[in-house]
Design a protein around this ligand. Structure first.
Ligand code: NAD
Length: 264
């Protein structure tokens, strides 16, 4: 028996085959889940549709998560064409490139608003829209980053957004627990994606990561996918409101001990 046999997942955040959402989709599909996809903008359809079809999914709908009407429309379509869902995956974030480098104190009002709306409020909006489709409980997942807790250069307003996202995740978990809905976040180490490329100095952080992280290796899409499968499965039936680090242990460090100084 596969871990997600008989479960249906609605996935937001695939932009291409490097997206974390795609890694999660692949792992969930392998474990028997039926998948439905939503992408941000028309220009992405030509990338997302073939990916979805490669795993037998024909539900591929556009939805800009800043638009309540589009959110309503996509969930209505899910309800009409597929029925209920068991899993919601929110792997969506955005901040202007100019907000992701240099001084944090230069963050603009508009830059702050956009980052919070796309990267935080959208999770609340999608969670609420999912409720009628989760009458017997379910699982909601979002993606965060350790910059929510500790300062990382250039993450700036996105770090603040991730703090708010983690808090939103906990409030949703408390609110929706009585309905049998579990809400969790995965906090991966750096992965080379479209969004990550927008963060100043990302390449260097990515390069240095396996020198520093206790397990001395990068995080793959598969690693994140496997953790998402576990969180979405009944094996995690009493896990909610958690941030699960998938970061080769990076978050436990107080000081760095470089590769060459440690014993094999
Ligand atoms: P990605 O660029 O592949 O995915 C981000 C997605 O957000 C894209 O599909 C994009 O279309 C979507 N999006 C942006 N604005 C949107 C809007 N208005 N409406 C709908 N969708 C919108 O990059 P990714 O790294 O896979 O990002 C997925 C999540 O993982 C993000 O929350 C990101 O912060 C988080 N994360 C990434 C890393 C990393 O190193 N890549 C590490 C930790 C957490």
């Amino acid at each position: 028996m596969k871990l997600l046999e008989g479960k249906r997942a609605l996935i937001f955040g695939v932009a291409n085959d490097h997206s974390i959402a795609w890694g999660i989709a692949k792992a969930m599909h392998k474990q028997g889940a039926e998948l439905a996809f939503s992408y941000a903008a028309q220009a992405l359809e030509r990338r997302v549709r073939p990916l979805a079809e490669s795993m037998g999914s024909t539900f591929v709908e556009q939805c800009d998560v800043t638009d309540d009407e589009q959110i309503e429309a996509v969930f209505k379509k899910v309800a009409d064409e597929l029925g209920n869902i068991d899993i919601l995956v929110h792997a969506v974030a955005f901040a202007g490139r100019e907000e992701l480098e240099g001084h944090f104190h230069k963050t603009t009002r508009e830059g702050f608003r956009v980052a919070m709306e796309v990267s935080v409020y959208s999770f609340l909006a999608l969670a609420r829209a999912s409720l009628p489709l989760m009458p017997d409980g379910g699982c909601m997942l979002t993606l965060t980053f350790y910059a929510s807790e500790k300062v990382f250069p250039n993450y700036n307003v996105m770090a603040v957004a991730k703090s708010a996202l983690e808090s939103t995740m906990r409030y949703l978990a408390a609110d929706l627990g009585p309905r049998g809905i579990r809400v969790n976040a995965i906090s991966p180490g750096p992965v080379r994606t479209l969004s990550a490329a927008g963060v100043g100095g990302f390449k260097r952080m990515y390069r240095d990561f396996p020198e520093i992280a206790p397990l001395r290796r990068h995080i793959s899409l598969e690693d994140i996918g496997h953790s998402a499968v576990w969180l979405a499965s009944d094996w995690a039936r009493n896990v909610t409101g958690e941030v699960l680090f998938v970061d080769s242990g990076y978050n436990i460090l107080g000081a760095f001990s470089p590769n060459e100084t440690s014993d094999p």
